[in-house]
Ligand binder design. Structure first.
Ligand SMILES: Nc1ncnc2c1ncn2[C@@H]1O[C@H](COP(=O)(O)OP(=O)(O)OP(=O)(O)O)[C@@H](O)[C@H]1O
Ligand SMILES: [Mg+2]
Length: 272
């Protein structure tokens, strides 16, 4: 019997990571607000990049533009060499199957099990009839278990998602993204709702995913010391523009003040 396990099943080699390229990208929302202003950005496959900036600077818009949730008004967006801007709805669905998303609010189905939440990550690779009857393949389950193991919460597999702590729920969300066998993971403020030690644990998971699996990871952060600690490369955004692009470790307080357009306060740091 021929199956698609060879391409998408557990045990198959992880798919190659994708790079991201934006050229002259402007995003104007329907109400006229400009979210991005002529952004040029080149991220190589396998990079870990932290994006920092004040509230409203365009961090989320950047992430949503990369996965096509927000259309670019101008310019070109490419992931893995494929055009996102102007892609058909079907092409966008296919592209998004390769891009794992992690959000501040976890976005889990609280009443169902951790396993079912992670299996959702397999949806893009699962025939509709299987989804409808809940008939996930054994290989999908194995991928889900592997993903949960990688973020250290395999023991919670049959618990209801809502019974988990915030940090554990975020790990389920990361496992769900991993079960997709993504080529890129986009994380929008994944640790903003977590206390400092838990935040570091979740960031450690994201870094491990980047280092061990080679997946391209883009993570929005608003705390500068986390960016310094974890982002090999840091992009600073201000009013929809990239105002810093360099090693996070080189970013002095003066650089952050330039990005933020104001003096730093204790609230900008994790361990305050
Ligand atoms: N759906 C929308 N409709 C209109 N304007 C929007 C929309 N989403 C964002 N904006 C505006 O676009 C700009 C960039 O917003 P964005 O959400 O990307 O910022 P952010 O850096 O993610 O902020 P935060 O740190 O608060 O999450 C802001 O001026 C914001 O008000
Ligand atoms: Mg945001």
């Amino acid at each position: 019997m021929t199956t698609t396990l060879a391409t998408h099943g557990a045990g198959a080699p992880a798919p190659a990571p994708w790079g991201i390229r934006l050229s002259g990208v402007t995003v104007r929302y329907p109400n006229g607000t400009v979210g991005l202003r002529g952004v040029d950005l080149d991220i190589a496959a396998g990079e870990l990049v932290a994006i920092v900036g004040l509230s409203g600077s365009g961090k989320s818009t950047l992430i949503r533009t990369i996965n096509g949730l927000v259309p670019a008004t101008d310019g070109q967006v490419e992931v893995g060499g494929r055009r996102v801007d102007g892609a058909s709805a079907a092409a966008l669905r296919e592209l998004r199957g390769h891009i794992g998303m992690v959000f501040q609010s976890f976005n889990l189905a609280g009443r169902t099990t951790v396993l079912n939440n992670v299996l959702v990550g397999r949806l893009a690779h699962t025939a509709l009839w299987r989804t409808l009857v809940g008939a996930y393949r054994e290989a999908d389950r194995r991928l889900a278990y592997e993903a949960l193991d990688r973020v250290g919460i395999l023991s919670k597999v049959y618990e209801r998602a809502s019974a988990l702590s915030g940090g554990q729920q975020q790990r389920v969300a990361i496992a769900r993204a991993l079960a997709q066998q993504p080529r890129i993971v986009l994380a929008d403020e994944p640790v903003a709702s977590l206390d400092p030690p838990t935040a570091r644990g979740v960031m450690d998971d994201l870094r491990r995913i980047n280092q061990d699996l080679g997946i391209t990871v883009l993570v929005n952060l608003h705390l500068l010391d986390l960016a310094r600690e974890y982002g090999t490369r840091m992009i600073g955004m201000r009013a929809g523009e990239i105002v810093y692009d360099g090693p996070a470790s080189d970013a002095s307080d003066a650089v952050f003040e330039e990005i933020y357009g104001r003096s730093l306060t204790a609230a900008d740091r994790l361990d305050r």
